[in-house]
Design a protein around this ligand. Structure first.
Ligand code: GZL
Length: 379
């Protein structure tokens, strides 16, 4: 309710002006007619301001202590995104004292910047952003900062500005590293001596795409795998299918691994390989690696169509609410919060992976074998 606050401040200033005009400490008298005109103008302004604050106060009262939050969401491109939107909308709800202004930016960075500027104009209390891409943010975040509106970033990262109060999301490079570590262990266990990989990457310039590509590429280099190609499927099923159809024209019979940077791309790639008569998955010629581990993705792991699925946790709603409540109470909040994310596999032979994570620490992490109970518990 920034509007109420600004009107309250205006009213306070206006009433002090009124008092100054009538007080004995008024500046040396100007000609009577000027003084009267000045006083009349000030009184009118103050009356208007007080009227406004009464209306705003009535509005705020009617709304209880409603906190207005503007949320600029990436879009609606994937199952993961749907789960992310549902999580935020469920947490930032009227029942929790929040008036959520939601904008689906449809994967359009210009629209997302415009949505944030509109929130600033509206004078919301907080702004939540899931940034489509990780750069181009400092100007608009400076505008929000100048307007005194705290910004919370979820999921993907903003890499060219630090003008936000908190970020909650995933370590995307570790997701890519874990995928590489699993593939290294898997081909060793299966006696596969050569890796010829194709990558269907996510939205170019998104921190999810950058991290997953960088992490997996570390293993491409260290294991001397052949990465035949990497093209963006923009995190959509249609994109995954189109890229795989193109790959099948150029590399049919020459690849034995496909890395899809989210489940929806994997669904599209699988449809294309099925249509082309290429076998894939646990008993196939092509190993399928995916990210997100949404319910539909884990169903394909259970069916053996996806060999390994590296979860990216979309459920940042509760963290968002917690951060806002802490800020409202004047408490400090963590600058960064990383989501917990399991790694899922179709076969139970390998039970863990060991790799050096993005912080340079050697870690050993469990591999979760997917059964129906795991699918039933998915987000
Ligand atoms: C990653 C998230 C990505 C998901 C995709 O945190 O931003 O965007 O991996 C989604 O499914 O489209």
């Amino acid at each position: 309710m920034r509007k109420a606050l600004s009107v309250l401040l205006t009213a306070a200033m206006a009433s002090s002006l009124l008092a100054a005009c009538g007080s004995s400490s008024a500046p040396a008298a100007a000609p009577a007619e000027t003084k009267a005109a000045e006083t009349q103008a000030t009184t009118a302004a103050a009356t208007e301001a007080v009227k406004e604050v009464t209306e705003a106060a009535k509005e705020a009262e009617a709304k209880g202590d409603t906190i207005t939050v503007g949320f600029a969401q990436v879009g609606h491109e994937s199952d993961w995104r749907t789960a992310s939107t549902n999580s935020v909308q469920a947490a930032l709800s009227k029942e929790n004292g929040i008036d959520l202004q939601f904008v689906d930016c449809d994967n359009d960075s210009a629209a997302q910047l415009e949505a944030v500027r509109n929130f600033i104009q509206q004078g919301v209390d907080y702004i939540v952003i899931d940034p489509i891409v990780s750069t181009g943010w400092d100007t608009v975040l400076t505008e929000a900062d100048d307007a005194g509106i705290p910004v919370i970033v979820i999921d993907r990262t903003i890499d060219d500005s630090d003008k936000y109060v908190s970020w909650v999301g995933s370590e995307f490079t570790n997701e890519g590293l874990a995928a590489g570590a699993w593939l290294k262990a898997y081909v060793a266990d299966k006696g596969i001596s050569e890796v010829n990989a194709l990558v269907i990457s996510g939205t170019t310039g998104s921190s999810a795409q950058i991290g997953r590509s960088n992490g997996f590429d570390k293993f491409v280099e260290s294991e001397k795998w052949n990465k035949l190609d990497e093209q963006t499927g923009d995190f959509t099923q249609e994109g995954g299918q189109k890229v795989m159809e193109s790959y099948l024209k150029s590399y049919n019979g020459k690849f034995n691994v496909v890395v899809c940077q989210n489940d929806n791309e994997a669904f599209g790639a699988i449809d294309a390989m099925k249509a082309a008569g290429v076998s894939y998955g646990v008993d196939g010629d092509v190993i399928v690696i995916s990210f997100d581990a949404c319910t539909a993705g884990l169903q394909k792991v259970l069916a053996g169509e996806i060999n390994a699925d590296f979860q990216c946790n979309p459920l940042q709603g509760p963290d968002c609410l917690n951060i806002i409540k802490k800020l409202q109470a004047g408490e400090k909040v963590d600058q960064k919060t990383f989501m917990a994310e399991p790694w899922y596999v179709a076969e139970d032979k390998l039970t863990e992976i060991t790799y050096t994570n993005n912080s340079g620490k050697e870690v050993t992490e469990p591999l979760v074998h997917v059964d129906q109970a795991v699918v039933d518990a998915a987000y």
